[in-house]
Each structure stands twice: as C-alpha cells, then as structure tokens.
Design a binder for this molecule. Structure first.
Ligand SMILES: C[S@@+](CC[C@H](N)C(=O)[O-])C[C@H]1O[C@@H](n2cnc3c(N)ncnc32)[C@H](O)[C@@H]1O
Length: 220
C-alpha cells in the first residue's frame, strides 16, 4: 500500500481476519485495494466519483473474476443505509480529496458499532516541507509551510483541492464522530525504495514519515 508499495505483510495494518467483513473503500480509483480485500475474504463495495476510474476498476474486475461492487459516489454523500459496513478504508481516496468534516461523520453513519476505519494519506510533515511548485523538486529538509491552519490545501500548479489535517485535528475529528484512535502508523520507506511520484524521495522518506495511517474504531 501507499506510494512505496509496502506490503500488508510488512505493515500489519489490517485486521488479521477479513473473512465475511462488509467492507467499503472510499475513493477506490482502480480498485486494487478493494480487490485485495476481496481476496482476503471480505464482501467489498468501492465508491468513487470519477467515471473513468470506475471503468478501469470494472475492466480489471472482469479480468480477475471478482465480484467487488463499484458505485459512483463521493465520500461526503454515501448512498448506503446506516450501519451497512463493519470495515472502511481509504488509501489516498476520500481521505485526501473529500472534506473530512463531511466524510468522517458520513463514514461513521454507514459503519456499525465496533467497525474499523483505516486511512492512508500524505503526512503533514511532507506538506510542511514541500515547495509550492512540484517542479521545484521533492520535499526538502526545511519547513516551508505552516503546520497550524492546515486543512483545505491548494497548490498553485494544480486546480484540485487536497485536505491535510494536523495530527491533533485528526484525533479531535475522529473523537467528535465516535471513533477511538487505535493506532497511528508512520510509514518508513527503505532508502532504495522507488515511487512514481515526485513530491517526496526515498532518502527523505527513510528519515521522516511521508505517509500516515490512522486506524480508528467506532465506539458504542
Ligand atoms: C489516488 S486515486 C485512487 C486511490 C486508490 N487507492 C488507487 O490506487 O486507485 C484517488 C481517488 O479519489 C477519488 N476521489 C476524488 N474526490 C473524491 C471524493 N470526494 N470522495 C471519494 N473519492 C474521491 C478520485 O476519483 C480518485 O479515483
């Protein structure tokens, strides 16, 4: 998972047994995380608002005799009844592209009590150490942007809006919507790791966390 393609066997982020879980992927893109969950025994629904991504996901599904269900929707407005799922995940999907003040409570609504949410996204440290323009290079060893006030983030060379929260803001938001934080995993890349993304390099990510994984559970 993530931009360094670290395996779940190395990371140990997901429940040991996914058999029979009703799982939801928020912002499934090509659906590779959904497909992996299904191979582990979960019933999986992936949502994504981008038709082209869903077409790719459906094409890949047909090649692998998978029955993951793909639905066109945004993380902020899920077309499911309350208490439908007992596991939810977002790997650079809704967690990065949807407003967390809207999608986190929406996710809590469709999860059953005791259900887990796992999100993997860029660390706030990368955001703080990044130049405004990606063409100026990968994350540096200097703080370029403030920590406080992080949230809705716009880059001058990109029209899309990203959402990045401070660690404290994530903890407060999860608590506000009934989630207890079980773990924050700060992923470390091997120095010789490769990624197709230009915003951070392996040397940097072997020294500082480039990706954060929050594992939270919906409490009664
Ligand atoms: C980096 S991609 C997909 C990540 C996925 N794990 C994968 O590897 O294919 C991010 C996805 O988030 C989706 N996305 C954008 N806005 C979203 C929103 N508001 N709610 C849910 N997903 C969203 C995009 O359509 C895109 O498919």
């Amino acid at each position: 998972m993530g931009i360094w393609q670290l395996s779940e066997a190395e990371l140990g982020l997901l429940p040991d047994d996914l058999t029979g879980l009703d799982a939801l992927e928020l912002g499934c893109g090509t659906g590779y995380v959904s497909a992996w969950l299904e191979r582990q025994g979960a019933w999986v629904v992936g949502i994504d608002p981008t038709p082209e991504q869903l077409e790719t996901a459906a094409r890949l599904r047909s090649r692998h005799s998978s029955s993951v269900q793909f639905v066109e929707a945004v993380g902020e407005r899920l077309p499911f009844a309350d208490n439908t799922f007992n596991f939810a995940i977002s790997e650079y999907g809704a967690v990065l592209w949807a407003d967390p003040c809207i999608w986190v409570p929406e996710c809590a609504r469709v999860l059953r009590t005791g259900g887990r949410l796992v999100v993997l996204t860029t660390s706030p440290l990368v955001v703080m150490c990044s130049e405004d323009y990606e063409a100026d290079g990968a994350a540096t060893a200097q703080l370029k942007r403030p920590y406080f006030g992080m949230g809705r983030t716009e880059w001058p060379d990109d029209t899309k809006v990203e959402f990045h929260l401070t660690h404290g803001a994530w903890i407060d938001l999860f608590a506000e919507h009934g989630f207890r934080v079980e773990r924050l995993a700060e992923l470390r890349a091997p120095e010789d790791a490769v990624t197709r993304y230009g915003f951070v390099d392996a040397k940097w990510a072997s020294l500082w966390p480039s990706e954060d994984v929050w594992i939270v559970r919906l409490m009664p």
